[in-house]
Design a protein around this ligand. Structure first.
Ligand SMILES: Nc1ncnc2c1ncn2[C@@H]1O[C@H](COP(=O)(O)OP(=O)(O)OP(=O)(O)O)[C@@H](O)[C@H]1O
Ligand SMILES: [Mg+2]
Length: 310
């Protein structure tokens, strides 16, 4: 596999005693779209700020394009474009003038790219208008145009579709796929919506309360899901106690119906038989033990709604 374009190793960031990020490790491959998915407050913006050198991890290490962001930020960020939260512009200048200013600041051949990037984000016809007259969607596209001025190998976008209407979101999606497939750029994009990540990303990681819940290619995560069991027996409390102590069990929760929902680290038949034996040998009457595969969506919704670790 190629050298990852972003590598995070054990990245932790604490604010006072609270960990906004707790030992995050992930790798983003060049030329792929990587989705960073998590509910509000999960730590998405915090990690993005660390990747861009805008904040320092309390512990851990981040390399971008093979360069340590803490030691050599200039080399790491030389060909990186980003939008963190809402892009800001001078409202009294036109879209084109804003980009020209930015290009002058960026240097290199950025000035020659102003017109092509305006065309790329389909803003050429409004490029002469003041930014104060732009819609939110137009501002977001201008943000991407600005991020493209340095001809980046990597674009980092923090919730770029927040506040856009469905048409704006769909259009943005097409733009991102085009940047990946036609130009071969890598895109790291955060979102709190699974649906959005699912439609645009090749790979994804799910984060909650600063911890990575799962990561992998979208295809693998959609195919695999999480392994779970549903168990019905005559003493749920005792069963919960016994099951929680097993190495193969990730978590046990009692559903309102009285059934136990058991998350397994790996769903193999031997595990199921072993758990059944454990309960029966403890004197419990097991009336049901059924395997089920939780979809990525169920797992994410569970995570968002319960606010706990899946
Ligand atoms: N400067 C700060 N000082 C103290 N706590 C902070 C600071 N920045 C972030 N946090 C905390 O870190 C946690 C993660 O915040 P972060 O902004 O990274 O979440 P997020 O995933 O981007 O959420 P959202 O979807 O709402 O944008 C939150 O609990 C937040 O309160
Ligand atoms: Mg955020």
């Amino acid at each position: 596999m190629a050298e990852p374009i972003i590598r995070c190793e054990g990245v932790t960031r604490t604010f006072r005693s609270r960990a906004a990020l707790d030992g995050i490790s992930l790798e983003v491959q060049p030329g792929r779209c990587f989705g960073f998915l998590g509910p509000n407050g999960a730590g998405k913006t915090t990690l993005i700020r660390c990747i861009l050198g805008l904040a320092r991890p309390t512990a851990g290490r981040i390399t971008v394009r093979g360069h340590d962001i803490a030691k050599d930020p200039a080399a790491a960020l030389a060909r990186v474009g980003a939008i963190v939260e809402e892009p800001r512009f001078y409202g009294y200048l036109s879209g084109r003038q804003n980009l020209e200013l930015w290009a002058a600041y960026t240097g290199g051949d950025a000035a020659a790219r102003v017109e092509p990037v305006l065309d790329r984000v389909r803003l050429l016809d409004r490029a002469g208008d003041k930014v104060s007259t732009y819609s939110l969607g137009m501002r977001q596209r201008l943000g991407v145009a600005r991020a493209l001025l340095s001809d980046p190998e990597l674009l980092v976008l923090d919730e770029p579709t927040n506040g856009l209407d469905p048409d704006g979101v769909a259009e943005f999606r097409v733009l991102i796929r085009d940047l990946v497939e036609t130009d071969g750029r890598a895109v790291f994009v955060s979102s709190h919506l699974l649906d959005e990540i699912q439609k645009v990303c090749d790979d994804l990681a799910i984060v909650n309360q600063g911890t990575l819940i799962t990561s992998g290619t979208l295809a693998d995560l959609l195919a695999g899901g999480a392994s779970a069991l549903r168990i019905e027996c005559d003493d749920s409390a005792r069963a919960q106690q016994l099951l929680s102590a097993q190495a193969s069990v990730a978590s046990v929760t009692a559903e309102p119906s009285g059934l136990l929902a058991v998350q397994l680290h790996a769903d193999v038949p031997a595990n199921r038989a072993e758990l059944n034996r454990l309960l029966v040998e403890a004197g419990l009457a097991v009336s049901r033990l059924e395997p089920r595969t939780e979809s990525l969506e169920e797992r994410y919704l569970h995570l968002v709604n319960e606010g706990g670790a899946a």
